[in-house]
Design a protein around this ligand. Sequence first.
Ligand code: C5P
Length: 236
Amino acid sequence: MNTVNNDPRIVVALDYANPQDALALARRLDPAICRLKVGKELFTAAGPQLVQALIDRGYDIFLDLKFHDIPTTVGKACEAASRLGVWMLNVHASGGSDMMQAARDGVERSGRTPLLIAVTVLTSMNQQTLNQIGVAGDLRSQVLNLARMTRQSGLDGVVCSAQEASMLRAEIGPGFCLVTPGIRPASASLDDQSRVVTPAQAIANGADYLVIGRPITQAENPLSALQAIHQELQLR
Ligand code: C5P
């Protein structure tokens, strides 16, 4: 695996409702060994100003807004997000190939080079909820179909469960970025995640980046928790 210090594999999810809490955690962590994810709640509350403040502290930011709209709108949203100077951003693959290509074009127009990835099937969905929205095929095939479409649309990778990572790595091959949430160190609480894997197992399954929230954010000492996971990955 790539252990170069300037490419940290751990992306800490800043699932906070306000910028004060987010910045307080950022001050306690270390940009040399992690990146940060800003999602819908925090971005809606704190906006581009917070993203800039985190970048100023030396962090790479994954802006997790999962855009899903008509192609023109998504293209412009991706252009605006890229101009913020984020490291990674994402859209929903189920928006279709035209939408994803518009996203790619939007990123290109920004003149920046963030990674552009897609969500395939939300891990909160199961076979039944997939059928409800009119998808007749099985869930794993849907994940694979959307991942293939993502690659063909010129995007850099997908968000997927660590359990899907080995299948996607085998089917899609190298050079396609796999970002996996649902990570729990062996000793940590599961919280509301049900299908979890350890950090080392996720990397072994082919994941490139691991999104980790509560095992770090809720730890008594978040930096120690981060360092322990970082160490576990370095030893592989
Ligand atoms: O605290 P925890 O490690 O469960 O946080 C995981 C983060 O990854 C949260 O921000 C959650 O919204 C996000 N996520 C997820 N499952 C997905 C996609 C994103 O848990 N399929």
